[in-house]
Design a binder for this molecule. Sequence first.
Ligand SMILES: C[S@@+](CC[C@H](N)C(=O)[O-])C[C@H]1O[C@@H](n2cnc3c(N)ncnc32)[C@H](O)[C@@H]1O
Length: 299
Amino acid sequence: MKTVTPLSNEQVDIFSSQEPIVVLHGDIREVIRLLPDNYFQCAVTSPPYWGVRDYGIDGQIGAEPDLDKYIDTLVDVFREVRRVLKPNGTFWLNIGNTYTSGGRKWRQEDEKNKGRAMSYRPPTPPGLKKKDLIGVAWLLALKCQLDGWYLRNDIIWYKPNCQPESVKDRFTVAHEYVFLLTKSERYYFDQEAIKERTTNGNGLKNKRSMWSINTEPCPEAHFAVFPRELVRPCILAGSRPNDVILDPFYGSGTVGIVSKELSRRCVGIELKKEYIEIADKRTSNVQIALTPEVLKTPK
Ligand SMILES: C[S@@+](CC[C@H](N)C(=O)[O-])C[C@H]1O[C@@H](n2cnc3c(N)ncnc32)[C@H](O)[C@@H]1O
């Protein structure tokens, strides 16, 4: 893995080193502007959620006191993602909904989940009430659509092993979304690569829009990493071996791991140096072991 800290106004020569993974260190809002147009076949990401994690670094997205500001920031970032995607490219956006904080100003550290500690909590957005579900995921998806993206699927990521919640008057939230967004009306989509078995097990069918995948612990990172099994179908359907995948919020490098496993190349962008170090450790052990034929066999 190669890490680059680009200077402003410096065009990034991403693959001069022939490394399968290149990580660009810096604020996504500045770094992505240095990338060329129409370069990536596919982008997969999980952005910081609004008011859910404190990454403890200046410039972090997700800590805006104002929900509209958060949504607008991400729509601007994703407009740049659209610019750097090839015209037939796809963008797979994982995001979940949240609840209003009910006036609480901070959240205590949780023994099992240290990343839950928060030194701030965003105020309840105007028009909403204490205990309201904020449809952040849908607000973002619909704004992206209005901004020019084609919104093609709202995939439900169902988490059988979701975190228990101490609530008595609503259901435990056990799902998030993966929105499939495209730059054009027609785009590269390898339906065959991700077909699933029919119920009787005798044949194959088009993959359904509900994916049941357990969350995956990442002992090195004190924050939510998305599971490799969630990223895998996105990359298999959205690219071919050797294509270049982008993750604008790279974190601990899950998209890099899966890209490497599937013989794709990957560019990640990440603000926090410590996470880039974690990602480097996680991706350096990955073997490019499978042939495209093996990869296409559904489980
Ligand atoms: C939900 S995490 C991504 C986790 C990742 N999918 C993984 O599997 O590890 C969001 C990431 O966005 C990063 N981030 C927050 N604000 C950023 C910014 N302004 N520019 C670049 N990265 C940022 C955070 O440091 C964090 O690593």
